[in-house]
Design a protein around this ligand. Structure first.
Ligand code: ADP
Ligand code: ZN
Ligand code: ZN
Length: 869
């Protein structure tokens, strides 16, 4: 809780008679589709899911905003969160809050404000927002329990009634949910009601056991009043041993000290039943003590002394340090190549806020949340660190959340949802790899953690750092316009000299790729970024090479294999994307209206635009050079693996493919084999995240950059650049140096050119020109409306209907600064048995169009979508 909040809460103010409670009810799912827009998108209308309840006298002194309370709702009790107070109620009959479920607020005043903002900005119902902000297991539900009445006359029962009754007699009291699972009667609900009316069964409410509970362990100590004469007899040898141990504990730790039962048994070398026998005899007392489930338990962190900053790093650090001293400035955009020391800066900033007695949130993409990353933070801040990611158990997550809330832990490192961690007195928010699209949640509320981070830092008056080697265009654009403060780290640091010398020993090489930063700073060395070679696949074709591997890439593979080094061959995940390309001149067919690549549909030999629905027949000749080698294009990882295996039968190959590797564990195993050097070549669709050093990788080959560039998405150029840059960052991470080879049919493409020179800002300028020309984000903003239906016709009809409504509204309101793209089938026109149609609203503030608009059920709303596929 920041100072501001603390002040708010200290000032005694009489509690107004009404509390506004956002009721967490699963009921809404049945009323509207969970992803549908609420009936009305007027700001205040998001609060229609918030209800007024009166505050009973007995809890007036304890009640505060952000608390979880029990409220009557319909015929049952539900939990809700107090989001505010009011002097009046909009309805006449206001029901009373039943009781407070948790005296400590689950949301701070700042987080309540954040929830309102999320709801408005992402056009998402507030109860869904709150659900997202709290860890699973905090909010409890209530079950309706049906109990049979004993000894009553039920001879007149119908067949259906008899069925339910015998179920109840067999199993005892059942919740409605259990009944629905156990019976096949379609009208079981009304049958249950009949039983209650007849007085054959009763119903009452019962709190559903919480999914996550505090963990309790039995603890013991010697009873105070035990006298020497009560001690276990000599014959009970084991009991004496255990008792002696507990007596010793009492002497050394004091009479109030409790010992975990299991620990006492283990220390005394007896089984727990021996200790239990002492309890039964009344010599030892027993109670239960809460313990924290700790995902970091058993990890020892070796403390690390922060390195001296290079002059470049120091310049960036001074700007951030100034803001930490006097927070409230603009967010920082820290643009630095991989290995330039961004994390070093985050660590320093975290250290500073912890010294100030404040807390910090550091977000990294889930995939980068490796043990290495955690260790880096743990080594500097072992006692206050919390981690939050999807692999935690429910209980672990719950405990981390509560320890953050009570201020025991003050620094959280986590993935997307950790932005909602209840860090009190927040002083710093960091988003590493801020361009990563995994920061966008693909379910309601469809928030982007970057936007939330900026907003949260603003509300909490905290320092905000967004870091990336390849910032999202949105962020760079804001930096250009002055909304963010740009800091740059263009040089890669290779770390300490002694570490490199060690590496040189291990790899039996002389070091040659580094030069000292400065004469007076001998421990840090700068490293060159690896050279990138672009191979023109059209030239390969002209030279008679029709294969997947260019001559240059083959030479590279051979050299690396001969030297016992490792190779990564990268292929875009959507490698089988079906765009149409001329293999002679590299020309790609694009929509004349949207300038995105057209997609080939083999069933009708048609090509269509997934933005605007433009259609045409697939040509048989290239409109650019009249070659007839024009065709759809795509390769899979399996093909690449086969080709490499055939060419180099002795090379050990692994395939790391998100689509084909089933389980997460299998995925990790494959990666492990490569990391430990059990394989020479990895063919993959996914880039290995930062934080995992692969010193033996000296060659990274991109099989075809074109499958990335030619996805029909406005961000495909940006994605290509980001990916190629990341790929380039994976090679040459050690003294062995390295090389990157990019194969492409469009070697002059700006994204490829800029990536090959590691030049972010050149790419930025070119790409912004394209976005400006077509009025794409970040110049404009988008809202994507998506409709899914099993019937393709229905989806199309819905899309056309809504399109008409929206067009009329634009005309009626005279909104020239808003237009519509589509309706069109999505690029993934059918997924999991459902056809997908979409309409994209484009404008400076496209939300205006959705105001006062009742969207038909079933529409998904995505504000600031990261993908239009
Ligand atoms: P980034 O987050 O930009 O990828 P890191 O902070 O991880 O960069 O730095 C890359 C490597 O260089 C790390 O091993 C880090 O400890 C080391 N390093 C960074 N700055 C320095 C420095 N000033 N002196 C010595 N080593 C450094
Ligand atoms: Zn051509
Ligand atoms: Zn189009």
């Amino acid at each position: 809780m920041s100072d501001r909040e603390a002040v708010d809460r200290d000032t005694p103010q009489p509690v107004p008679p009404y509390a506004v409670v956002v009721v967490q009810t699963p009921l809404w799912r049945r009323i509207t589709s969970p992803t549908a827009l609420p009936p009305d998108t007027e700001e205040s209308d998001y609060l229609t899911r918030a209800f007024h309840y009166s505050v009973p006298e007995r809890i007036k002194t304890e009640i505060c905003a952000g608390q979880l309370v029990w409220v009557p709702f319909g015929s049952r009790y539900l939990q809700g969160v107090i989001v505010g107070f009011d002097h009046q109620s909009p309805v006449e009959d206001t029901r009373e809050i039943n009781r407070i479920a948790d005296p400590l607020p689950v949301l701070s005043p700042i987080r309540i404000e954040l929830a309102h903002w999320l709801s408005r900005h992402y056009l998402a119902p507030i109860h869904r927002v709150i659900q997202t902000m709290l860890p699973p297991g905090v909010i409890q539900g209530v079950d309706v329990i049906v109990r049979p009445v004993a000894d009553c006359q039920t001879t007149q029962a119908t067949e259906g009634q008899e069925q339910i009754l015998s179920l109840l007699r067999q199993k005892g009291p059942l919740s409605l949910r259990e009944i629905s699972r156990l019976t096949r009667l379609p009208n079981w609900r009304s049958v249950v009601n009949q039983l209650i009316e007849h007085g054959w069964a009763t119903k009452h409410h019962e709190i559903r056991p919480p999914k996550a509970k505090p963990k309790l362990v039995p603890v013991v100590r010697v009873r105070r009043e035990v006298k020497r004469s009560d001690y276990p007899s000599r014959r009970a040898r084991k009991q004496r041993k255990a008792f002696a141990y507990l007596l010793w504990r009492r002497r050394s730790h004091g009479a109030d000290e409790w010992v975990p039962l299991s620990e006492a048994a283990a220390e005394a070398g007896v089984s727990p039943t021996v200790v239990r026998a002492l309890i039964d005899k009344g010599l030892v007392e027993l109670t239960h003590r809460q313990v924290w489930r700790d995902p970091l338990q058993g990890r020892t962190f070796v403390p690390v002394i922060p390195p001296r900053l290079t002059p470049e790093q120091d310049q960036a650090w001074q700007a951030i340090a100034a803001d930490l001293q006097n927070p409230g400035g603009r967010p920082f955009l820290l643009q630095g190549v991989t290995g330039s020391g961004k994390t070093e800066i985050y660590l320093r900033a975290a250290q500073r806020v912890l010294e100030q007695g404040k807390g910090a949130i550091v977000l990294v993409p889930e995939i980068a949340l490796t043990p290495q990353t955690i260790r880096r933070f743990g080594a500097r801040f072992p006692t206050v660190l919390a981690v939050m990611h999807s692999r935690l158990s429910l209980g672990e997550r719950f405990d981390q959340w509560r320890r953050l809330r009570n201020g025991e832990l003050r620094l959280v490192v986590g993935s997307r949802s950790a932005i909602f961690a209840p860090v009190s007195n927040l002083g710093l928010v960091v988003l590493d790899e801020e361009h990563e699209s995994s920061y966008k949640q693909e379910q309601t509320p469809r928030y982007h953690a970057r936007e939330v981070a900026v907003r949260l830092a603003e509300l909490a008056v905290a320092t905000c750092i967004l870091g990336s080697a390849t910032p999202a265009l949105e962020s760079a654009y804001r930096a250009e316009r002055g909304a963010y403060q740009l800091l740059r780290l263009p040089q890669r640091v290779m770390g300490h000299r002694h570490m490199l010398e060690q590496q040189a020993d291990q790899l039996h090489r002389v070091q040659r790729h580094y030069h000292p930063v400065e004469h007076d700073l001998p421990e840090a060395l700068y490293a060159e970024l690896p050279p990138v070679e672009i191979v023109d696949m059209r030239a390969e074709l002209r030279a008679g090479n029709r294969g997947i591997l260019s001559r240059s890439l083959k030479r590279g593979i051979e050299a690396a294999l001969a030297a016992g080094e490792q190779i990564i061959l990268f292929l875009n995940r959507r490698g089988a994307a079906t765009f149409i390309m001329c293999r002679d001149c590299g020309h790609v067919l694009k929509c004349p209206r949207c300038e995105v690549p057209l997609t080939y549909h083999s069933d009708a030999r048609r090509i269509i635009c997934h933005h605007c629905s433009y259609r045409t027949l697939a040509p048989s000749q290239c409109p650019n050079c009249w070659s007839n080698r024009i065709r759809y294009f795509g390769i899979g990882t399996q093909r690449v693996e086969q080709v490499v295996h055939r060419a180099y039968p002795n090379a050990r190959i692994v395939r790391w493919d998100l689509d084909t590797t089933g389980s997460k564990r299998a995925h990790e195993k494959i990666l492990d084999r490569f990391v430990t050097g059990e394989a020479d070549v990895m063919v993959g669709t996914q880039m290995i995240a930062k934080g995992l050093d692969l010193p033996k990788v000296t060659l990274v080959g991109v099989i075809t950059a074109d499958t990335l560039i030619n996805l029909p998405d406005i961000r495909s150029g940006e994605r290509t650049f980001q990916l190629l840059t990341q790929v380039a960052g994976r090679a040459g991470r050690s003294i062995l140096g390295g090389k990157v080879i990019i194969q492409t049919y469009t070697p002059r493409h700006p994204a490829i050119q800029a990536a090959s020179r590691h030049d972010y800002w050149a790419f930025y300028q070119q790409e912004m020109a394209f976005r400006r020309k077509h009025w794409y984000p970040p110049i404009s903003r988008l809202i994507r409306l998506l409709y899914l239906d099993t019937s393709a016709d229905k989806a199309q009809r819905e899309a056309q209907d809504l399109h008409q409504i929206l067009t009329l509204k634009i005309a009626r309101l005279g909104l020239p600064e808003i237009n519509l793209i589509g309706p069109a089938p999505s690029f993934y026109s059918r997924l999991r048995g459902k056809s997908r149609w979409q309409i994209v609203i484009r404008g400076t503030d496209p939300r205006v169009l959705l105001k006062d608009l009742r969207l038909p059920l079933g529409w998904r709303v995505d504000v600031d979508p990261v993908s239009l596929l």
